[in-house]
Ligand binder design. Sequence first.
Ligand SMILES: [Ca+2]
Length: 290
Amino acid sequence: MTVHTSWRRRAALSTVALACCASALAGLPAGASAAPSPTGSTAAAATFTDDFNGAAGSAVDGSKWQIETGDNVNNHERQYYTSGNNNAALDGQGNLVITARKENPGNYQCWYGRCEYTSARLNTSGKFTQTYGHVEARMKVPRGQGMWPAFWILGADIGNVGWPQSGEIDVMENVGFEPGTVHGTLHGPGYSGSGGIGAGYTLPGGEAFSDKFHTFAVDWSPNKVTWSVDGNVYQTRTPADLGGKQWVFDKPFFLILNLAVGGYWPGDPDGSTSFPQQLVVDYVHVTTNN
Ligand SMILES: [Ca+2]
C-alpha cells in the first residue's frame, strides 16, 4: 500500500490521543502481563485486541478504529472508501467484513471521474500505536482480478515527516492475480512503492488464500522484522538489507486494514471479477514482545 495524499490533513485531525494502551492493559486478566514464561523470559502482554464480536451489521468499535473516507489517486485505486457501516460491518459471528461493491449510491467522485466501486479502510491513528511487538490478524481474503486486501502498519509521525520517511510495514498484501501468494514489505526513504523491500509467501498445492482463514503476522523488534503466515516464517529483514539507507522502524506505528479495488499493482477488475467481494477479519491482535 501507499498512503493517501490527504494524510497530512488526516493526521492533523487525529488529535484524540487516547490513553489506549493503559486502558487496554487494564482490561487484561490478572497475571496476564509480565508472567514468567517457562523459558524464564517475560510473557507477551496484549496491547490491542479486537475480536470483532458484536451485533450483525454494526460498525467497528470507534474507540479502536477510525474510518478513512475518499479515494486514493496515488495507487490509482478505483474504489471510494465510505464511512459508517456501509462497507465495514460486523457479521454477528465474530468477524469484521469489509465489502467491496460495484456501486456508487452516494454519487462519489474519484480521481478518474465518477467512482465505480465502494469499499472501506480502517486505521488506529490517534487511538493505538506501538513500537515493536507481535502484530497479527486472522483473515480470509477475497478472490478476483483487481482485489487488493491489505493489513499494514504506518509510522505515526507521518503527519510531520511525510511518507515514506514515516516508514511502512506491510504485514500482508494480496493481489487478485496471485490467489495463492501474499507479500510482506518494508517501505522507507529510498525504498518505497515498487522499490519496497519484501518477499512473497505462496501456499503449497495450488491453494488460494481465499479458500479459508489464515493468520498473518510480523514480529518486530529493534533492527529486525520477521513475517509469517500461519506461523511459518518466510522473511526476516534488518538494516543490513537496506544498502545503507535509513531504517525507520524504531518508533510508534499504527494499524491499517483495507480492501482496495484496482490500482497500479493489482490492475483493475475485469469481466471475470464478481461483486461483492469480502475481506473477512476474525481478529486483530497486538502484543508486546516476549
Ligand atoms: Ca473474531
